[in-house]
Design a protein around this ligand. Structure first.
Ligand code: BGC
Length: 713
């Protein structure tokens, strides 16, 4: 690669650092598609939003055969939750708590994307967030740092496989490094003013885990953290990413983010913006034209050195080499025929059912029997295959998706399915008539796909007014109502509906097999496999809300006025993190840690008995939290450290075991350096983050640091 670098002009070097757009789809403000002439003269090294074998073959041919140095292009695309076959949105997939599934869907997406000419995906998105107002919560793995870290490693493995050069895999991009999930008041692109501690404990672990798993690229977020935009942050991109984590890959800016350093007010012009980004370690400029227009000026002004540009170019060339693009610029393209095949569709169906969270089922109306009166399937999301795909649906096609209505028809051949399309009728009369005629109503409500995702923050994340009115009318028919919520975020429900609905199922945006999965779940063929990866607020005023809140001196206590609560709303979420029902029930007993003392460096084995006490096969997620009793800094009330999906037959009893290392018990100390402190730590095990429901066992940690060493002052 150095020999190639030595032959490059300044223009060609900057070209390698420049990402331009194809014409496939628009994901940012500048949409003018690349002119092929730019590629021909070597002024573009990568392209985004372009796919299909024919389109990619053509641009690649021009790059390789007609440009002076014949350097192939990287083709980037936002393949977040499927390429052509669409899986549930990441928040939904996170709800499955199934690391093997996370990896499998990423591998399938990579295979489809690679066969369509894509060589790099801008995924996984790893922004931990506790704010459902933020539209991008839909793309994220939820509120918990440990879940996000496990998600990161599974997704990187799935996308990249064991060798980047394999034509069935793509390079992954961990995004958006920083604390994008903490934007002010959940408003997209706003500033995040988080403490260094919150950054270390909450926002960075998933990225550390992605880097450890070998992620090829990292994208800083658009936003500033306490005044320093991530795109220009040396402490973040050099200090933490490259120096602490030893990241050797490519840093790709977000869309136009380098030019936006001017709007942030930290750069006066493109030359300064380019300087800040390059000095921080951003290698590729996505869609700002800041490197192409700014770097030559920055060089003239003496703001950057050619050596800095060379370092970035070498990283880009190395990634192209690792991807096998020099050996075969048309990698993957020949295998296009397997896209959207039955194997992927089966996986999409399984993933969708595993992501659906049964929030309520009382009285137990679900699962529905194959026999009986008509079922009404109504609501604006009942027959909306495009909405089922959710935002960032890559090359997914609505016409290949299965709507809830179609899925229900297929799943209940013996029952009449009643439906009224949303358009062209008066919901105040017709729908209630339908609801009365049917024995049960499936009300498919929630968000359309454009109500979640980038630039789709909502100040009131609930149901639209028209749906609330419709819900009232449906409930007035006095038949059981099953609320199927389609959304990219928890939706705050009006109490009349939360109480009036017999069952509530959070289906998220389930993807191409939305309807088949719903049919499976409502008929009981498959369990609703999801558990909440985010706390579900009862009221907007609770946001941000999350289970791992830090301990306070005055914890919420209904008997004490001076305690941490509200006068007018509850302090607890409507549904807690980890909540989700199955069609059976599990009981946990006999939590044991093997020994009462654990020394630094040792591994602790934790075991618990889990019994299926219902009369159906079923599964659940077993969660293990830790709780420091006393530490030098106030710790979260509970921290998730392990989770495991289990399945059991009726009356079957399993032993579930977890291993914890002493690393799992470390935390950033008062000086923010990792510390392992002696003292009592409780292990809590159960199914959701409600302290009073969890089994508890304590251990004493020794061999670490003392909090208050004798003689110290
Ligand atoms: C988003 C990124 C995305 C990029 C390219 C931006 O607007 O923030 O997540 O990867 O566009 O589509």
């Amino acid at each position: 690669m150095r020999a190639l670098l030595a032959r490059m002009t300044l223009d060609e070097k900057i070209g390698q650092l420049t990402m331009v757009t194809g014409s496939g789809t628009a994901t940012g403000p500048q949409t003018a598609p690349v002119s092929l002439a730019e590629i021909r003269v070597g002024r573009a090294g990568s392209i985004l939003n372009l796919w299909t074998p024919a389109a990619v073959r053509e641009v690649q041919r021009i790059a390789v055969e007609e440009s002076r140095l014949g350097i192939p292009l990287i083709v980037g695309f936002d393949v977040l939750h499927g390429h052509r076959t669409i899986f549930p949105v990441p928040l939904g997939e996170a709800a499955s708590f199934d690391t093997a599934l996370w990896e499998e869907t990423a591998a399938a997406a990579a295979e489809e994307a690679a066969s369509d000419g894509v060589s790099l995906t801008f995924a996984p998105m790893l922004d931990v967030t506790r704010d459902p107002r933020w539209g991008r919560i839909c793309e994220s793995p939820g509120e918990d740092a440990h879940v996000a870290a496990r998600f990161a490693e599974a997704k990187v493995k799935g996308f990249q496989g064991s060798a980047l050069a394999s034509s069935r895999h793509v390079a992954a991009t961990a995004k958006h490094l920083g604390a994008y999930g903490a934007v002010l008041a959940g408003r997209d692109y706003a500033s995040a003013d988080v403490s260094q501690r919150e950054l270390e404990e909450v926002h960075l672990p998933a990225f550390a885990s992605a880097v450890k798993a070998g992620v090829a690229a990292v994208m800083p977020s658009f936003i500033d953290i306490a005044g320093t935009p991530a795109t220009a942050s040396r402490p973040l991109l050099r200090g933490i990413l490259r120096d602490r984590w030893n990241f050797q890959g490519v840093v790709i800016s977000d869309y136009n983010a380098i030019a936006e350093l001017i709007t942030h007010g930290v750069a006066a012009d493109l030359a300064e913006a380019a300087t800040l980004a390059l000095r921080a370690g951003v290698d590729i400029d996505m869609m700002a034209g800041a490197y192409s227009r700014g770097l030559p000026v920055a060089l003239d002004r003496g703001l950057v050195a050619m050596a800095d540009i060379d370092t970035a170019v070498l990283r880009v060339l190395t990634l192209k080499d690792d991807l096998g693009l020099f050996a075969d610029p048309y990698r993957g393209l020949i295998t296009a025929s397997y896209s959207n095949g039955p194997r992927y569709r089966r996986l999409a169906k399984r993933a969708a059912a595993s992501s659906m969270v049964l929030l309520k089922n009382s009285p137990a109306v679900l699962p529905l029997s194959q026999h009986g009166g008509p079922i009404a399937v109504v609501g604006p999301l009942a027959h909306a295959p495009a909405d089922m795909l959710g935002p960032w649906a890559a090359a997914g096609r609505a016409e290949e998706g299965v709507s809830f209505l179609d899925g229900m028809r297929a799943a209940f051949p013996g029952r009449r399915i009643l439906h009224q399309p949303a358009a062209g009728f008066d919901p105040a009369t017709l729908v209630p008539a339908l609801a009365r005629e049917a024995g049960i109503v499936i009300f498919c409500a929630g968000e359309t796909r454009n109500m979640s995702g980038e630039a789709s923050s909502r100040g009131e994340p609930g149901l639209p007014m028209a749906q609330i009115q419709l819900a009232k009318n449906l409930l007035a028919a006095n038949n059981p109502l099953v609320l199927v919520l389609c959304s990219g975020r928890p939706l705050i429900l009006p109490p009349f509906l939360a109480e009036g609905a017999a069952a509530i199922l959070a289906a998220w945006f389930p993807g191409s097999e939305a309807g088949t999965a719903l049919g499976d779940v409502l008929s009981g063929g498959v369990e609703p496999g999801g558990r909440l990866p985010v706390s579900w607020p009862a009221s907007i005023g609770q946001i941000p809300i999350y289970y791992s809140e830090r301990r306070t001196g005055r914890p919420a206590n209904s008997a004490s006025h001076y305690s941490s609560k509200y006068l007018d709303i509850p302090a607890e979420p409507h549904f807690p993190f980890g909540h989700g029902l199955s069609y059976t029930a599990f009981r946990f007993d006999n939590l044991r840690t093997g020994r009462p003392v654990m020394a630094a460096g040792e591994t602790l084995e934790v075991a618990v008995d889990a019994s299926n006490i219902g009369d159906r096969n079923g599964g659940t997620i077993v969660m293990l939290f830790i709780q420091h009793q006393v530490a030098s800094v106030a710790r979260p009330v509970m921290e998730l450290k392990r989770f495991q999906r289990i399945e059991a037959a009726p009356q079957e009893k399993l032993t579930v075991t977890f291993r914890l290392g002493s690393n799992d018990l470390q935390f950033p100390g008062a000086d923010l350096e990792p510390v392992l402190e002696n003292g009592r730590i409780d292990i809590l095990v159960g199914q959701r983050a409600v302290e009073s429901e969890l089994l508890r066992a304590g251990i004493e940690l020794t061999g670490g640091q003392n909090r208050l060493p004798a003689g110290s002052r």
